[in-house]
Design a protein around this ligand. Structure first.
Ligand SMILES: CC(C)(COP(=O)(O)OP(=O)(O)OC[C@H]1O[C@@H](n2cnc3c(N)ncnc32)[C@H](O)[C@@H]1OP(=O)(O)O)[C@@H](O)C(=O)NCCC(=O)NCCS
Length: 190
């Protein structure tokens, strides 16, 4: 399993979810854009947010599936979103990133900064060989995040995903250690 970890970048602290995140997680996961692209419970209740923040997110690390981080503002400490790893293949050293950003934090590069920070930790510190990202073909915002974070677009996975609107094709992206190049280590830009 991944070690319990806190990651820092220029504007953000990525840490484990806790009870203090319950109200903002409920608001973020009830949001219509989050609900459009992620197969979350609908309606997303206070019980759902409580289960995620206190149990489910932690169980994903305990089981070896991945690790989940609350994206928080380094200054105000407020929740800004979620970024995490899932479906980890420990023999191939491959894991898949996923994220949502809270409605009040969108449009400021938070998803890109959080994804780059997690990628650096996974591919350099944890010595993984590949980070994958899948986004619905119509989810242009998520694809823009992937490209801006340095991922390569590999192709389309037909009928590979599902959202409330129905089944969707997914675009597959990947990031390898060499793709991080000589760009600044986001975890050291405080
Ligand atoms: C996708 C999402 C995480 C983006 O978060 P964000 O922090 O606002 O994204 P960023 O500010 O880092 O934006 C990165 C790039 O994406 C582009 N982008 C962001 N939102 C966009 C939108 N709604 N439409 C088109 N492009 C968008 C930005 O233009 C930016 O590029 P730029 O700086 O050159 O302008 C957010 O919209 C979200 O939470 N969506 C719902 C959940 C979701 O789709 N998760 C991903 C599932 S695969």
């Amino acid at each position: 399993m991944f070690p319990e970890t806190v990651l820092h970048s220029r504007r953000l602290v990525l840490r484990a979810f806790g009870t203090r995140d319950i109200p903002d997680t409920r608001a973020s996961c009830s949001d219509s854009l989050t609900q459009r692209w992620l197969p979350l419970p609908r309606p997303y209740t206070l019980d759902d947010a409580t289960a995620w923040c206190t149990t489910t997110a932690h169980a994903m690390r305990d089981s070896g599936d991945g690790i989940q981080f609350a994206i928080t503002d380094a200054g105000t400490k407020r929740l800004m979103g979620q970024v995490g790893l899932k479906k980890t293949d420990w023999r191939a050293l491959v894991s898949e990133v996923g994220y949502w950003v809270s409605p009040w934090a969108r449009g400021h590069g938070i998803a890109v900064e959080a994804t780059r920070t997690l990628a650096h930790w996974l591919l350099i510190n944890q010595r993984f060989q590949r980070m994958e990202l899948r986004a619905a073909t119509e989810n242009t915002a998520s694809q823009a995040v992937a490209l801006k974070a340095g991922f390569h677009r590999e192709g389309t996975l037909r009928n590979a995903g599902f959202v409330y609107g129905g089944r969707v094709d997914l675009v597959l992206f990947s990031l390898l250690p060499g793709d991080l190049g000589s760009s600044t280590d986001p975890t050291k830009t405080r």
